[in-house]
Design a protein around this ligand. Structure first.
Ligand code: NAD
Length: 593
């Protein structure tokens, strides 16, 4: 229905009063066209405010967009239906990603609603595995800049570059230098896709306000010859700078973030090469609010899966023997957190180290190995044993209760090994964490069939359910998305000083407690993915409790009800009514008092 301009225009006194009400009733930091003084076509170009055809007639007239849209008015449900129909008609996952990105750049609320309400379908598109392909082809599909690039040439001016970012109220940053992206190696500046994808999950899974997050790509060059010769490559065209300037740039970035956005800004490190990942975590963990998802997020999710599995095996944590195939960033991080969990369960530190074995491509990590590949973080796990290059011999020697693969080597956990694990253990635990599915050390089908359903299995990438003797077995995917969005929401809302290792351990324990007996009976050591948003918010609330109890939260007064407090910050993807609500006139305003 057409609303005449004269009717839509409110008397001045009423307008002031109701605008105040409107701003008071709006959720934290959310913007409105009125607060930004935006109208006309500019409003349609502002993705945080644009509602497309869902602008009402009254809004169209008052905000000067009448005539700029087709005359129909539709609600968000119809918009979602249309987007999903188009999405499903696209032939490739890359096309689907581009289509969703385009929506995100036009209409944020609709984008997040679609992500949140269709999370199982959308996660593999906005994040792994499609994001890997996206990063490989970032130059080809590039059409609009996203995130902030800081290059080695900006040394000495990083703060000025940060100041170019249009949002002022940044509370979370995901930063990558692209040296080791997923299992794809050095992708240089193309790794921006990772920072963007992770932050989309911050909002979709735990409700972080999108305008408070900033994706950053540090570009110091790339050693990837293919990219250096790619005419569409978007980064600096030279080899990586690895001398002291690299460390200076990271240091300057950390300081600039603190200066611009404050001490409590969360900085998540992502896809740095192993050595740098451990180095920066060690250097900054007690100085900033920071964590490394590849090390700590992976560790929390894997340890959580192990704790869930132990609910079924009934073997107390302290009585287990864990053997890792692979001793890279993933395995080392998991082993370190597992060590902490075992110490918490009553073992001495040495007893806990003794119960954890690491094997790399050269065999068991033993003290007599002098190769440079063994880092100071791996050293405590080295055993006082002779060199054992054959991993099969190590398995026979240790007879582990739990075997974890993170090598990227498919088929490493053979039929024979699965059979032995089943002979030695009533309920063996096997995790094949390598990504993508084609790189997993064994398949779900092999595990369930060879062990006759005895193995408790989890993977890094998804596997289809397996039917064995009339029973369906489902595989839990050890997805870091169970951990990092909740961790981020807690850190941001409670203004956590430093994210401690114990906080990751608590996260692993709380997540394991969310797995129901019914989930375990179906083979799942993680909660179902379809519930991940609600579970992330509940997890964030429990982490908030913990952060106050342990003295690392600094937001005061301490909220009494943490669940309510966390939910109050969660991003609302419903469109807001941009017309000020009309309240009865307060008498004193009418009387001009
Ligand atoms: P990395 O390159 O740092 O480490 C790989 C390790 O595997 C090295 O120690 C290497 O020596 C060892 N290795 C390789 N081939 C081997 C073989 N045939 N036998 C024994 N050891 C062998 O890699 P990373 O970051 O530790 O990641 C490893 C795998 O774990 C990747 O596939 C990655 O996708 C996956 N991952 C999964 C998750 C998750 O499930 N949440 C998280 C992070 C990484």
């Amino acid at each position: 229905m057409y609303v005449s301009k004269s009717k839509a225009t409110l008397p001045a006194v009423r307008h002031v009063s109701s605008t105040i009400q409107f701003l008071r009733s709006s959720s934290s930091n959310e913007k409105s066209p009125q607060s930004l003084a935006i109208q006309g076509v500019q409003l349609l170009r502002e993705p945080a405010l644009n509602k497309g055809l869902a602008f009402t007639m009254e809004e169209r007239q008052t905000l000067r967009i009448h005539g700029l849209l087709p005359p129909t008015v539709v609600n968000q449900d119809i918009q979602q239906e249309r987007v999903l129909l188009n999405f499903n008609s696209l032939a490739t996952n890359l096309n689907k990603y581009v289509y969703l990105t385009d929506l995100q750049m036009r209409n944020k609320k609709l984008f997040y609603r679609i992500l949140i309400e269709n999370i199982e379908q959308m996660m593999p598109i906005v994040y792994t595995p499609t994001v890997g392909e996206v990063c490989l082809k970032y130059g080809l599909i590039y059409h609009q800049p996203r995130g902030l690039y800081i290059t080695i040439n900006d040394l000495g001016h990083v703060y000025d570059v940060l100041c170019n970012w249009p949002e002022q109220n940044i509370e979370a940053i995901v930063v990558t230098d692209g040296e080791r992206v997923l299992g794809l190696g050095d992708l240089g500046a193309y790794a921006m896709g990772i920072s963007v994808g992770k932050l989309a999950l911050y909002t979709a899974l735990s409700g972080v306000q999108p305008h408070q997050s900033l994706p950053v790509c540090i570009d110091v060059g790339t050693n990837n010859e293919k990219l250096l010769n790619d005419k569409f490559y978007t980064g600096l065209r030279h080899k990586r700078v690895t001398d002291e300037r690299y460390d200076q740039l990271i240091e300057e970035f950390m300081e600039a973030v603190k200066r611009k956005y404050g001490q409590f800004t969360l900085i998540q490190f992502e896809d740095f090469a192993n050595q740098n990942a451990f180095k920066f975590l060690h250097r900054y963990r007690n100085q900033y609010c920071t964590f490394n998802d590849d090390i700590q997020g992976t560790a929390a999710v894997a340890v959580s899966g192990l704790l869930s599995a132990l609910r079924v095996t009934k073997v107390p944590l302290r009585e287990n023997k864990f053997l890792f195939l692979g001793a890279g960033g993933a395995s080392t991080g998991i082993a370190m957190l597992l060590h902490r969990a075992m110490v918490d369960s009553g073992l001495t530190s040495q007893e806990a180290y003794n119960a954890i074995y690491l094997v790399d491509k050269d065999g068991l990590l033993v003290q007599s190995r002098t190769d440079a590949a063994i880092s100071k973080y791996q050293k405590p796990f080295c055993k006082d044993l002779p060199l054992m290059p054959d991993y099969k011999e190590v398995i026979d020697l240790v007879k582990p209760t739990a075997l974890l693969g993170a090598t990227g080597a498919p088929g490493l956990i053979s039929h024979e090994i699965i059979q032995k694990m089943s002979d030695w253990n009533e309920r063996p635990v096997i995790f094949a964490l390598s990504n993508p599915t084609s790189c997993a050390e064994c398949t779900a089908e092999e595990v369930y069939k060879i062990s006759k359903g005895k193995v408790l299995f989890a993977s890094g990438s998804p596997f289809e359910p397996v039917e064995y003797e009339g029973k369906m077995y489902y595989t839990g995917q050890g997805n870091n998305a169970f951990v990092f969005p909740a961790m981020a929401l807690t850190a941001m809302t409670c203004r956590v000083k430093h994210i401690t290792e114990h906080m990751f351990l608590k996260c692993a324990q709380y997540l394991a407690e969310m797995v129901t007996e019914a989930d375990l009976d179906r083979g799942l050591v993680y909660p179902p993915l379809k519930d991940i948003r609600e579970d992330s918010i509940k997890l964030a609330a429990r982490l908030a409790e913990y952060s106050y109890r342990s003295g690392i939260a600094t937001y005061y007064p301490e909220p009494m009800d943490k669940d309510e407090f966390i939910r109050r910050h969660v991003y609302d993807y419903e469109y807001r009514n941009f017309m000020p609500k009309v309240y009865p006139f307060p008498l004193n305003e009418l009387n001009g008092k």
